[in-house]
Design a protein. Structure first.
Lengths: 377, 254
């Protein structure tokens, strides 16, 4: 690039008018140097610009010159007054003059307590609206599911099986692994604590109750919330972003039937299976620790588990699985359909989806605990 | 105007896997000219653009921009080069998490010492220059229509007053009036700033209105290059069909 010269200007005041003599290169790289000085410029008489010694000029330079002329009030109506010869200055300044106008001042930010109250109010209204529309979505999904179940030939079996594989079968390794380790951890903690009372054998009950009733299914729910929710929201959200969902509707396909119901049914089927696998893996982890560190033979463990942990505990756990699956998939699909046109909204929807799903799973698990406690199970 | 071409491509070969897009392609763009690039779909017009700006690594041959080979430049030199060109992609490629004004300010922030106030003012000016309403600056790209997005993308490409402008289908999908406005704008800017423009387009009106020369891509190389009248006389079925067809004739008034 050729060497450039910093832009400079000089004022030449006379009675009739003030002439602004420009020298140097007025380009985007350098105009910042003169910006403040030109802003501070205050001339009384009409302003003209002398461009005869001007070097290179680009639109940024032309803009600043035009702004200065405007500020001096010399050309509200007519053409900017330019004297001297320059290859492109007159044309460029006129071109920029045509498109620039004093920008309207943006309203000052309201940082007072009112803004805080305003935001708080909006957030509460937003939460209320969010809850209502989640419930509305649940209702719509249930109605569509019910209608499709009495007309099973309309169901999209291929999608259902595909989702079952992608979000069910493929999640099996991670869920069983995690659950196995959690089972081991519980067994270790139980063993260390119970050892001080010489009650190591009760580790079996500890593992049995906690795995069957809580950990197997809650772990499954949490993994699903992280793994399946994000992928469903991203899939559906991307389709929404690229107008695929609009295309579907114009082709007479209902997004509810095509996208949501197959996922709901697939997860209703797969979550209990995953939860069952997680429970077994958790118990296996417990058995291993009990065997290695407490010398409780696996045979003894199983017999004791069968005798002292009622089968009700298993059913309590399994009864939560489809609910967790349903909650996950509903939140994921709804957030996916909420995505707007921007990448940012996709990111936000995915985050919201995972956060809401995690929150709901823990909250619903607590509700279940109270419910079953009241039932006395 | 110097004799040194602003873009010099020699013996370029690009390929995707086993599929060869260009082979032994030579092309020069002179300083201060608007070169239109046309060709049937799939002849690698956009790929050629990507190869020139360094987004696609050629498998053979050389590409020189401003007399420098891109792949031999240091990062520092490369940045200096990027400051001197502006690229407008086919779909706009605006940053969707920034407003239009912020989009236009990105190159200013990156490559100049402009303060926030001045660069915001300049961005507003560019936005209006590109033909958008002033209030478009506060909008996000997702709130704009396709045509407005193109204009916003042009505003960003022009942010630093580049010497060389790459435009990928700037008028595709625009209504004829907007497209004609775009052509006029381009011509005006080109004349007052002495821009060199590398323009990929399908729009015969644009070719006729703004291009000094037109290069026709086909059969993996440049089939023909010349003014629109020279090309009309060129003996090749596609070129004949393109400029001699009803649309081509209407646009050039023959």
């Amino acid at each position: 690039m050729a060497e450039t010269v910093s832009p400079e200007f000089a004022l030449d005041e006379s009675d009739e008018r003030t002439v602004l003599r420009l020298t140097g290169d007025w380009t985007v790289q350098h105009v910042q140097d003169v910006d403040d000085a030109l802003r501070a410029l205050n001339v009384s008489s009409p302003l003209a610009v002398d461009v005869s010694d001007l070097g290179t000029l680009d639109t940024a330079g032309a803009f600043i010159i035009d702004r200065t002329l405007r500020a001096a009030g010399s050309d509200e109506e007519g053409e900017p007054e330019i004297i001297g010869e320059h290859a492109s200055a007159a044309r460029l300044i006129a071109q920029i003059h045509a498109v620039s106008s004093p920008a309207p001042e943006s309203p000052p930010q309201d940082g007072s307590i009112r803004a805080l109250l305003d935001r708080t109010g909006r957030t509460f209204v937003h939460i209320a609206a969010e809850s209502i529309s989640t419930l509305a979505f649940l209702g719509e999904t249930l109605v569509t599911c019910a209608r499709l179940i009495v007309q099973p030939w309309k169901l999209r079996w291929t999608s259902i099986v595909a989702v079952m594989e992608e979000s069910g079968l493929d999640a099996l390794p991670i869920i069983t692994f995690l659950s196995f380790f959690v089972g081991m951890v519980i067994a270790f903690i139980g063993a260390t604590t119970l050892k001080s009372f010489d009650l190591e054998i009760y580790t079996v009950e500890l593992i049995g109750y906690s795995e069957l009733r809580e950990f197997g299914v809650v772990l499954t729910g949490i993994v699903l919330a992280g793994r399946t929710n994000s992928s469903f929201t991203a899939q559906i959200g991307t389709m929404k972003m690229r107008q695929e969902i609009d295309a579907m509707q114009t082709l007479g396909l209902k997004p509810m039937e095509v996208l949501v119901v197959p996922r709901v049914l697939a997860m209703l089927i797969m979550t209990p299976v995953l939860a069952f696998a997680a429970t077994l893996a958790g118990i296996a982890g417990g058995v291993m620790v009990a065997w290695l560190s407490l010398d409780i033979n696996p045979g003894v463990f199983i017999v004791r588990l069968r005798d002292s942990v009622p089968i009700d505990q298993f059913w309590v756990g399994m009864s939560k699985a489809p609910v967790f699956g349903l909650v996950c998939v509903l939140i994921a699909c709804r957030q996916g359909l909420n995505v707007g046109g921007s990448v940012q909204s996709l990111g936000r929807a995915t985050t919201t989806s995972v956060v809401q799903a995690l929150f709901s799973i823990i909250a619903i698990d607590a509700l279940f605990a109270i419910f079953y406690m009241e039932l006395g199970i | 105007m110097t004799a040194e071409p602003i873009i010099r491509i020699r013996d370029l070969e690009t390929r995707f896997g086993t599929h060869t897009v260009h082979e032994h392609l030579d092309l020069d763009v002179q300083r201060g000219e608007v070169l239109g690039v046309v060709g049937p779909s799939g002849t690698g017009k956009s790929v050629l653009l990507r190869a020139i700006v360094g987004l696609k690594q050629p498998s053979a041959g050389t590409v020189e921009v401003f007399g420098k080979k891109l792949d031999t430049l240091s990062d520092e030199e490369r940045r200096g080069l990027e400051r001197r060109w502006g690229v407008m992609f086919q779909d706009g490629a605006l940053f969707s998490n920034l407003t239009v004004r912020e989009n236009v300010m990105v190159p200013m922030k990156e490559h100049t010492n402009l303060g926030p106030k001045l660069s915001a003012e300049l961005a507003d000016m560019k936005i209006r220059l590109a033909g958008l309403e002033p209030d478009a600056g506060d909008k996000f790209p997702s709130d704009l229509s396709g045509g407005m997005r193109k204009r916003a993308a042009l505003a960003r490409a022009l942010a630093l007053d580049p010497e060389l402008l790459f435009l990928d289908e700037p008028t595709a999908g625009l209504d004829p009036i907007t497209a004609a406005g775009f052509d006029t704008l381009l011509r005006q800017l080109q004349q007052s700033l002495g821009l060199s423009v590398f323009l990929v387009t399908h729009d015969v009106d644009t070719l006729n209105a703004v291009c000094d020369r037109i290069a026709v891509l086909g059969e993996k190389k440049v089939l023909a290059i010349g003014t629109i009248d020279e090309l009309r006389a060129f003996d090749h079925p596609w070129v004949q069909e393109y400029f001699g067809g009803p649309r081509g004739r209407a646009a050039t008034g023959h």
